[in-house]
Ligand binder design. Sequence first.
Ligand code: PMP
Length: 404
Amino acid sequence: MMDINKIREDFPILSEIIYDRPLVYLDNAATTQKPWPVIRCLEEGYRRHNANVHRGVHFLSMAATEAHEAARARVRDFLGAASAEEIVFTRGTTEAVNLVAFSFGETYCREGDEMVVSVMEHHSDIVPWQMLCERRKMRLRVIPMNDRGELLLDEYEKLLGPRTRLVAVAHVSNVLGTVNPVGEMIATAHRHGIPVFIDGAQAVPHMKVDVQALDADFYAFSAHKIYGPTGLGVLYGKKRWLEEMQPYQGGGEMIDQVHFEKTTYNVLPYKFEAGTPDFIGTTALAAALDYVESLGMDRIARYESQLLQYTEERLSALPGLKIYGQAAHKSAVVSFRLGDIHPYDTGLLLDKLGVAVRTGHHCAQPLMERLGIDSCVRASFSFYNTREETDSLCAALERIRKMF
Ligand code: PMP
């Protein structure tokens, strides 16, 4: 078992008092809090190790380069990638999707081609593909789901055809918590010779992910959702794709030779990393990965799954509360509405009672349309949350229900 009280001591923000109450932070799908090793790494980085990477001949620059490249190797290990050349640092999941939509699109997509996404995608995994479709006059096709929030795999396979260039799907839905069977979906796409992009933003903080075991062609995640720093993310891409794809942005680092007549590009992964990277952030991400792996991804998954079960049982017992997302395989996210009370009011009142949740469309408006609602409340959990915090959420909801 995990000693949650001890773990919570690693996260200084968790002992903050908000409106005279201890903070109950249930907005972990939006961003996670940072443990001391990550905070210290950022502080030490700026205080003692700051110098630009890949350029300097001096001691600090070489040390910074070494730490930055060690962080890349750490990410490679974490994802089970074959080589560090396949690990591209980005600003986040969003930039990783935009990178692939542009670079893969430039290289492989033509008028009349098709692209497949699912109905439960985050806007980040819809809009860049839509923009690609507009640029290239392609068609965007959508995998439907059932009322429990599970993708319809038969319908999915029917969407795959000779003009399908790419499938993009979330490993875990940020609203429904559904863990999609991405291994199976990738195998299906591969039978048709189609590569697959997996949006892993909501998966990597909660479960062991092995990109080679999944056979994913692309896999993206954001550092800030896995206890690391903001403004940083990772794109994993199979070397065979990354090598052929056009660069995304031009600038320093991504070049080999620059002449006014012709410019040649750097080797992988630098071809996709124009400009100075967030080299302090990458070392802090490595510290975050060390932290979660020291707890154990399997233990994290087990603990969070028990917490989810407890939370769903408790919430279901509240009169008038409706949960959205009842997939057989779910991550610790519970989206709901309380009777006729507008989710925005529920969220505001929960905040005043010390409970931080998210309300709105959660950057998934097409999914909201499918659910027939415009918004909902979302409580999303981490391994540092407790049953007592679920009890606080339920007690606060009970008070709100009575108020209305
Ligand atoms: N995809 C999913 C499933 C997400 O939950 C999020 C963040 N809410 C994103 C993509 C975008 O991540 P970021 O804003 O860190 O780029």
